[in-house]
Ligand binder design. Structure first.
Ligand SMILES: [Zn+2]
Length: 150
């Protein structure tokens, strides 16, 4: 049995980078990919790779640039890390999976994917939240921000 993922750790500087991109992209959604490793019940994020949002309606949905997705898959393989899942922002929205996110995950996400969602407004980014897709639904995970260099 796959262990149930309950904790997602992210270095403070990686989270700050995602927040900055979320704020800069407002009123559109920013998106990218999370690289790292799994350790028992935890996902340990090491890096966030920014990607262009190529969705038709980037203010309401995200679509990671397929070239970036391919390149990141390749880099993950070559450097022995895992592609844990996507991050994206919710301009003027809550940091929880939207109906669009749920439909998209049900159609295309792998079980165990970690999704990080950052809310953003005109004034900047808010507190991120993290979710694990279990193949059927999202469950919120504890997002643990680790000090840089730890
Ligand atoms: Zn979303």
């Amino acid at each position: 049995m796959t262990p149930v993922l309950t904790r997602i750790a992210i270095p403070a500087r990686v989270l700050a980078g995602i927040a900055a991109r979320a704020a800069a992209a407002w009123p559109d959604e920013c998106c990218g990919l999370l690289l790292g490793r799994r350790d028992g019940g935890a996902c340990i994020i090491a890096e966030a790779v920014a990607a262009d949002n190529v969705a038709d309606d980037p203010a309401r949905r995200f679509e990671v640039d397929p070239h970036a997705l391919l390149a990141t898959h390749r880099r993950a393989r070559e450097s022995g890390v895992e592609l844990l899942g996507p991050y994206h922002s919710h301009p003027d929205g809550a940091a929880v999976p939207s109906a669009t996110d749920r439909a998209r995950a049900e159609a295309a996400a792998a079980a165990g994917e970690a999704w990080l969602i950052v809310p953003a407004t005109r004034d900047g980014a808010g507190a991120a939240r993290a979710f694990i897709f279990d193949g059927k639904a999202f469950t919120e995970a504890a997002l643990v921000v680790t000090p840089d260099g730890a």
